[in-house]
Design a binder for this molecule. Structure first.
Ligand code: GDP
Length: 295
């Protein structure tokens, strides 16, 4: 069972609209209230929810549907459009401006961080860049081998040392190693958070301060629903988040929690994970995401 209450509640609100025999002001306000409630109970910031729903309400009440489009259809379209705008109209890629561009990934254990690092490495390789992967996850013994297994068949090198316990040292050495080798993109995989939260957030902060990444990428499990907000917030305290990858959207999860992560960090989603394999990474498409969330 997928804990995606947000998608379901938004979907219910739209269904109420679709089922109504007449669309009047009272119904529009009622549906807008349902949307508000759905977003607020999913921990989306109240001020943002009010801004968003005010826009929906105003447009729904004032706009005349184009010829051949029913009022209902038009209002549903407005909801889609405004939610899409909320997520950032267009998919933005991660820019590779500096050489090397250093990317740091953060995320809770099990979120799909290690897999996403491999996917990103492959993505940049396919776009013609020379990529190096640094494993500084000293908490999960298998992480280094997992990364090697994923990327080495594609000729991508991993820097790491499963014996080393100092994550900051590893990250620093790894970046230096690939810098000397002339890499265009260096992706650093940090330790996932689990029970040792305070220590790991501090570690994240130190790694970030040491390697000075061009972008910090937060990996969020698309199936976790509302918990995404607090997770994202905790990471944001350690280091500014530049972009988000939402994983596991190949299953039935609608990814409603991702919306909360966007709100918590103020960062856009740039990629989604759609499977366990290295090529299962897609650029984020806000329109498609909203259709899925509401569909
Ligand atoms: P980490 O602990 O955050 O590094 O997580 P891993 O990368 O080891 O991933 C945890 C599990 O989720 C593994 O079994 C992965 O194969 C799986 N996984 C990661 N990303 C995806 C995805 O986009 N779709 C699916 N179905 N599984 C994924």
């Amino acid at each position: 069972m997928v804990l995606d209450k947000l998608g379901q509640s938004l979907n219910n609100a739209l269904r109420k609209l679709a089922r109504a025999s007449t669309v009047d002001e009272a119904l529009v306000r009622d549906v807008v209230r349902d949307i508000q409630r759905a977003l607020i109970t999913s921990d989306v910031n109240v001020r943002l929810v009010l801004e968003l729903t005010k826009k929906i309400e105003k447009r729904a009440l004032e706009e005349k549907p184009p010829a051949g489009v029913s009022k209902k259809e038009h209002i549903i379209k407005i909801v889609y459009e405004e939610l899409t705008n909320f997520l950032g109209k267009e998919a933005k890629p991660i820019e590779i401006k500096a050489k090397p561009t250093i990317l740091l990934t953060v995320g809770i254990q099990g979120s799909g961080k290690t897999t996403s690092v491999a996917k990103l490495a492959r993505y940049f390789q396919k776009h013609g860049y020379k990529v190096g992967v640094v494993c500084s996850d000293t908490w999960r013994p298998g992480a280094y081998h997992q990364l090697k297994q994923l990327v080495e068949p594609h000729g991508i090198e991993v820097f790491g040392n499963p014996e080393e316990k100092d994550a900051i040292k590893l990250a620093k050495e790894g970046v230096e190693y690939f810098r000397k080798k002339g890499a265009d993109v260096i992706i650093v995989d940090s330790a996932g958070r689990h029970k040792e939260e305070k220590g790991l957030i501090e570690e994240m902060r130190q790694i970030s301060n040491t390697i000075n990444p061009h972008e910090v990428i937060l990996v969020i499990d698309g199936t976790i629903g509302q918990q995404a907000y607090n997770q994202a917030l905790a990471f944001k305290e350690a280091t500014p988040i530049g972009s988000i990858i939402v994983t596991k959207l190949d299953g039935s999860a609608k990814g409603g929690g991702a919306l909360s992560a966007v709100v918590a960090t103020g960062a856009p989603i740039k990629f989604i994970g759609v499977g366990e394999k290295i090529d299962d990474l897609e650029s984020f498409d806000p329109k498609r995401f909203v259709s899925r969330l509401l569909g």
